[in-house]
Each structure stands twice: as C-alpha cells, then as structure tokens.
Design a protein around this ligand. Structure first.
Ligand code: HEC
Ligand code: HEC
Length: 473
C-alpha cells in the first residue's frame, strides 16, 4: 500500500532539550524538528551494482534472509529509525550517533559514548557491506546470530540506548509519522519491535558501497581477477599496493579481506596479542579454539573508519600495516593465512620497504566511496523548521535588498548597532540552510550556489525577532 506524504514534511514537536541539542545557542521553542522524505521512496531494493559486485562469491555471501528482503518502504522506515533519538531512553542518542554516515557508519572514538555517557566495550563497526558477511553473525565477537537479532540489541543495551522494547513500541506509536511509515513498509500501521528489527536490518543491508575509485578503475580494467595486472586508471603506487594486497606470497590480505566486498566469510585471529584479554568469539561460545577470533571487517571506506581493530588500538592505517608487516603475535589460534611455513608455523614477517607500506595505504584509500558518503538515501532525514503557528511580526526596521536578489543580498538595520544579531536562512520548506552572526547596521550574504526560489530570513536580536521572505532569481 502506498502512503502519500501530503507536504513531504511531517512536523513534530520535540522536547526543548532536543531543540537545544540540535540548535545550540538558539532561543528554545523557535524550531521544530521535521522529517524530509521523498514523495516516492528512494530506490534501495534494486541498486544497480557493477558486475564485480554481482560475482557469485559476493552474491552467495549475501546474508539477507528470505523473510526480510530489502524493500524501498522498509529501508525508508529503517532510515528514519536509524536517525531517531527517540530510540534511546533519554532521547539523546540515535544509531547514527555511533554510526555516522560521513565516517562510513562508524565513529571516530576508540570506544563510543552511550546515552548516559558510558563507554561501549568495543570500537564501533562500519556498517557498509554488512550484508556480505557470509556466516551472517554480527558484532566483533559474533554474538548476534542474525542482523535481525542484532538491531534490537543496541536499543536495549544499558550503555548504548537503554530503552525497553515496550517503551520503544509505545513511543513510536505516539508519533504522527511512524504509523504511516509502518503501514507503508508492512501493510499495517501496527508497531511492533519485531518490525523495528526488520526495518533497521533492511536499512543496514541497503548500505552497499560500490562507487569508489577502486570500483571505477575495476570497470575500465582488463577482465580477470583484480590482483593480476596493473590497472590503467590506478597510479603506479596504487597498482603496487594492489599487487601486494592480493599476492598470496606477499601481503596476502585478500585471503581474509576477500571478494570484492573485502570481507571474510567468518571470524579469524590476526595476531594482535599473544594472550587475548578480550576473548572474542571464544568468550561467547566457550570454545578454546575460538579465543581471540574476531569478525573480519570489510575494508571498504577503511580510510574513514579509524581507529582500527575491535578495541580501536591503531589510529592510522600505517600502524595497521606495521602490525601485519612485523607485529603479528604467535597467538595459539593465529589464523594460518598469517603464518609462515604451514598452518602451525610462526607468524610471518613481510619485510615491506617504506615505499611498499605506503603503497598498501594508497591502495586501501582507493576504497573510499565519496558517492556512498554523500548519498541522500543513507543521510539523516530529520530537518529543522520554523514553528509555523507563530504569526510573523511585521516591521520596517530592517530592509533586505535587492529582493528579488541574484548574487548578493544586503541587510540594513535601523536597530542598535552595538549588539549581536543572528541571521538564519531557510528554504521554502522551512529547512534551515545557513546561519550567521554579526554586529553593526549592515550585513551582506552571498548567494553561494543557492538555487532560484523562495527563501525566508529570520533575524534575532535581544529586542526580538523578525522574518522576511527573500526571493532568489
Ligand atoms: C553508543 C554507541 C552505539 C549505538 C547507539 C549503536 N551502536 Fe551499533 N555498534 C556499536 C559498537 C561499539 C559496536 C561493536 C560492539 C561489539 O562488537 O561488541 C556496534 C556494532 C553494530 C553492528 C554490527 C556490525 C557487524 O558487522 O557485525 C550493527 C549492525 C550495528 N551496530 C547497528 C546498530 C543499530 C541499528 C543501532 C541503533 C538501533 C546501533 N547500532 C546503535 C556502537 C553503537
Ligand atoms: C588471517 C586473516 C587476516 C589477514 C590475512 C589480514 N587481516 Fe586484516 N583483519 C583481520 C581481522 C580478524 C581483523 C579484526 C581484528 C580485531 O579487531 O581483533 C582485521 C582488521 C583489519 C583492519 C582494521 C579494520 C577496522 O575497521 O578496524 C585493517 C585496516 C586490515 N585488517 C587490513 C589488512 C591488510 C592491509 C592486510 C594485509 C597486509 C590484512 N588486513 C590481512 C584478519 C586478517
């Protein structure tokens, strides 16, 4: 069933502290949070992937269950849930607080901060390519058997979001915007935590990164496995890094970070420590051979997912390369791909030259996907709007000219010149685009690429606040 969004904009009033959080420095109550969704849902279900991401070794690793395929409406609901702070007990934290779009859905901290300031036990994980982890288990120690099971765990986690499923359901049911989104996704407006799990999982599985420089160069390269020959669209350094990455006798990275998803089918030990303080998978299943085994993360967008490893111990990729070059520890469960002289041998040493180390980093950086990071499909759907119920005050003590404007807009104020003014620019939907602070009786702002259309200016001073429409031609 299609749900028609009347104005593309749901307006919902949040508690004042939420406003203050979104808008530090603004007088509370001037803004409402709104939801800016496309009239027809974005395409999540049929993303056109390049041929190398449709190879059998990638497609066969897809952990999407038959009962929860990605749909456009389901992933749209998942997107709203993912960015909604209502999912945490005190409404301060969303999934996106620890999984940031601009950082390929991880965060910059070794350990992440939960809703009451507590720290998580491990480093946040990048979510791109989560769907291609073949055994379908989630978390560093694989304690979640499926993604559908995983997605409700952070919500209930006492450090992360601290919300019970009953409270979750009643909170979402008490909004204007969720019942129609659930109806759209699941043909009934009834809100259950199971549907929350399904929708969040769809959104996470939709996060496929496929437009990096690696992908572009791959498509113009001669056919064959990626490690075989230099690619015309790579620099010599990137080609050297690529060769090292795929060569079984050198970097051998692809033996674990494999397929074009750069991910393993299951957990491994990469010799970070001689003795595992964090037992990883072994700590979950009690199996001694699994102590120190952790999920092998996809390396797509790895340039942005620092700090690295389950405990965030490495700040830079160069430190990771040093680890694989000469730092691998003889852990009893060290995976054979990192041993010399057979499956029980000592840790291998790569003896990479400085140029080779740099080349490996240069190759890893080709996996950064700017399109994925800028794609609205995965961006925050929440916006801010002016409260529409207040009547604008008419006044003549400030002039905006020229109006209609082309390149520059000037303000002249017949107001005290010794105080600070805040100026806000909104689009016709009431979405906040820019804010400025100035003193004096004049101010000018540049068009700065804004498309032609109707805008609103809001001027705030100690005396009060005033709005004016602005037309840009
Ligand atoms: C307070 C920070 C925080 C919040 C909030 C949070 N996460 Fe996480 N997320 C983490 C950390 C840390 C890990 C790794 C934990 C571990 O392995 O023990 C993780 C792991 C994951 C994984 C596993 C990825 C993989 O490849 O195994 C998924 C999926 C995930 N989070 C999704 C979500 C969703 C969906 C939400 C919102 C409902 C959410 N997270 C909220 C910090 C957070
Ligand atoms: C034996 C399998 C294996 C091999 C071979 C391997 N890795 Fe890893 N890699 C892992 C595992 C397991 C982790 C996560 C370990 C942890 O956090 O405990 C990891 C983590 C990483 C990370 C950190 C990712 C993140 O988001 O935190 C990078 C970067 C990385 N590996 C790069 C490489 C490079 C480059 C090579 C080749 C020189 C390589 N790996 C070879 C198994 C392997």
């Amino acid at each position: 069933m299609e749900f028609k969004i009347p104005s593309l904009l749901f307006v919902l009033v949040f508690a004042l502290f939420t406003l203050a959080w979104h808008n530090p420095g603004l007088p509370p109550g001037e803004f409402e949070t709104c939801l800016d969704l496309p009239g027809a849902p974005f395409n999540y279900a049929n993303i056109q992937l390049p041929a190398h991401l449709r190879l059998p070794n990638v497609e066969d690793a897809d952990n999407t269950p038959a009962g929860n395929p990605v749909t456009d409406a389901g992933a749209t609901l998942g997107r709203v849930l993912f960015y909604d702070t209502r999912l945490s007990a005190n409404q301060t934290i969303a999934c996106a607080s620890c999984h940031k779009h601009e950082l390929a859905f991880t965060d910059e901290a070794p350990l992440s901060t939960g809703f009451e300031g507590g720290l998580t036990g491990r480093n946040s994980m990048s979510l791109a390519m989560a769907r291609y982890y073949q055994n379908g288990h989630f978390f560093w120690d694989e304690r979640a058997a499926t993604l559908e099971e995983q997605t409700l765990m952070p919500i209930q986690d006492q450090t992360e979001m601290g919300l019970s499923l009953e409270e979750l359901e009643s909170r979402l049911a008490n909004t204007e915007y969720y019942p129609p989104l659930f109806e759209d996704a699941f043909d009934s407006p009834e809100i259950t935590s199971n549907k929350v799990a399904l929708a969040l999982s769809q959104f996470v599985r939709s996060m496929v990164s496929y437009q990096s420089r690696y992908d572009q160069a791959r498509q113009t390269a001669p056919p064959g496995p990626p490690g075989a020959a230099p690619w015309p669209d790579f620099t010599p350094e990137e080609n050297l890094g690529k060769a090292l990455f795929f060569d079984p006798n050198r970097g051998n990275c692809a033996a674990c970070h494999g397929t074009e998803a750069f991910i393993a089918p299951g957990p491994r030990n990469n010799g970070l420590d001689l003795v595992s303080e964090d037992e990883g998978l072994g700590g979950v299943n009690g199996n001694p051979q699994d102590i120190g085994l952790f999920k092998v993360p996809s390396l797509r967008n790895v340039e942005l997912t620092a700090p690295y490893m389950h405990d965030g111990r490495f700040e830079q990729l160069s430190e990771v390369i040093d680890h694989y070059d000469n730092g691998v520890q003889p852990h009893p469960n060290l995976s054979p791909q990192l041993r010399a002289n057979g499956p029980n041998g000592p840790p291998r040493r790569l003896n990479l030259s400085p140029a080779e180390r740099q080349a490996l980093v240069a190759f890893l950086e080709t996996l950064t996907d700017e399109s994925f990071l800028a794609d609205e499909r995965w961006a925050d759907p929440f916006c801010e709007t002016m409260v529409s119920t207040t009547t604008p005050v008419r006044q003549d003590n400030w002039v905006v000219f020229p109006n209609p404007a082309t390149d520059w807009v000037h303000l002249r104020l017949d107001l005290p010149s010794d105080q600070e003014y805040q100026l806000f620019l909104f689009n016709a939907n009431g979405q906040l685009l820019k804010e400025y602070t100035f003193t004096g009786k004049q101010f000018s702002l540049q068009r700065d690429g804004l498309p032609a259309g109707l805008y609103h200016l809001l001027l705030i001073s100690e005396q009060g606040q005033w709005r004016k429409p602005l037309v840009i031609q």
